[in-house]
Design a binder for this molecule. Structure first.
Ligand code: XIL
Length: 386
């Protein structure tokens, strides 16, 4: 077997493990019963980090980390490196930031994040190449049916090549499904669909694979967890899309499930449906990355204890459901501390009716562990080993 970089990255992850079997064994360990050391629970207390608990089960745990939070807040950065095995860039590699002018790329912030990951022995994960949001004005003004394919290919290849050899995985296409737009295939009516038709997703994956044949290429989307009509339609459409891509030989390797949960009835969780869904994805031969997990608490009670309990319950319910499936290799939270969360912004849920601050992440603003942190650690400990 040739050792691809995908394997090599898993091997280097093994080297990060503070205990457990050798890396080679970890690669093969799929049956939870096949090694005592894999099954032993890590003791969870205020000295434990999620990295240890995840690694003990052969899981990757990571978080989004933004520029400049990681480069200016030393206390936070130190904790980040202790807690996480993987760093995902926040906004720095979205199109309008990394490619602000037609003939100018700006890799400075992405490079700083890549260096942070490298210097701390962490995996680096890229987010995101093709999305209907975060496009620069120049693109919206200049792109047409004739030049869109070339603009897309050029962008994808330039960005992916720049980080080739450094990226564990790339979110190649983000949020392409939106059943609310009422197309038979469930695809979102986006600028990409309008200019290139539905093959734009395949084109993006092919361009990325050419530029970095060894990165894990991910299709990323949201709302697959939701036990609503929309959630059901999203799951169906995502499966259909993945099947179609695979049938055409598209180099898609994994599904990213954002998992922006809402701890409220609008987005109820149904663990059986979530487990069944990840199983169906795994049956296609794909890996699964929980890619942007957090819990929106906009409509939860003011009382901190009660709120934290409900948030922790959402983390626990979701993770217990997805981690049943060994093809789920990675869990990424969309931040580690409420100090830095997109949910602090009013338009993303920061405008709680009672005026109190949001608490969507595993640690509070003082970087202390919350019930959500313990729920994640327990879910990792309870998961079958990978
Ligand atoms: C969010 C970032 O966290 C914010 O800082 C930014 O203002 C908006 O985007 N789904 C995605 C992510 O795929 O890119 C989004 O990130 C959150 C929703």
């Amino acid at each position: 077997m040739t050792i691809t970089r995908r394997h090599a990255l898993h091997l280097s992850l093994g080297a990060l493990a503070t205990m457990g079997a050798c890396a080679q064994h970890k690669l093969q360990a799929r049956d939870p019963g096949d090694s005592d050391s894999q099954r032993k629970n890590i003791k969870i207390d205020e000295t434990t980090f999620l990295k240890e608990v995840a690694t003990n089960r052969g899981l990757i745990y990571g978080s989004v980390g933004r520029y400049p939070d990681l480069t200016t807040d030393e206390e936070f950065a130190d904790l980040f490196a202790q807690e996480c095995t993987m760093l995902v860039n926040g906004n720095a590699l979205k199109w309008k930031y990394v490619h602000p002018q037609p003939d100018r790329y700006d890799f400075a912030k992405g490079d700083e994040l890549a260096a942070f990951a490298r210097n701390n022995g962490m995996l680096f994960r890229g987010h995101t190449l093709i999305w209907s949001q975060a496009l620069p004005n120049w693109f919206r003004e200049q792109a047409n049916r004739k030049n869109a394919e070339q603009l897309m290919t050029e962008h994808v290849q330039s960005v992916v090549k720049h980080y080739a050899g450094q990226m564990h995985s790339w979110d190649v296409a983000n949020e392409c499904v939106f059943p609310g737009h009422e197309r038979n295939d469930g695809l979102r009516k986006s600028i990409w669909l309008r200019l290139l038709g539905k093959d734009y997703i395949e084109l993006a994956f092919r361009a990325a694979a050419e530029a970095d044949p060894q990165a894990l290429l991910v299709y990323n989307d949201n709302r697959m967890h939701s036990d609503t009509e929309d959630g059901e339609a999203t799951r169906t459409a995502v499966l259909k899309l993945l099947e179609r891509l695979l049938a055409k030989g598209t180099p898609v390797h994994a599904l990213g499930m954002q998992a922006h949960l809402w701890a409220k009835d609008e987005m109820p969780l149904n663990p059986q449906k979530i487990t069944a869904f990840v199983r169906e994805v795994a049956d296609l031969g794909l890996k699964i990355v929980v890619s942007e997990m957090d819990v929106k608490d906009k409509h939860l009670p003011t009382d901190t204890q009660e709120r934290d309990r409900l948030i922790a319950d959402a983390y626990r319910t979701y993770l217990d459901a997805v981690l049943q499936e060994p093809a789920v290799t990675t869990v990424v939270t969309w931040g580690i501390s409420d100090r830095y969360s997109w949910r602090n912004k009013p338009k993303f849920g920061g405008n709680r009716p009672d005026g109190t601050l949001v608490r969507p992440l595993p640690r509070d603003r003082d970087l202390q562990r919350k019930p959500a942190w313990y729920a994640i650690a327990q879910a990792f400990n309870n998961a079958p080993a990978r």
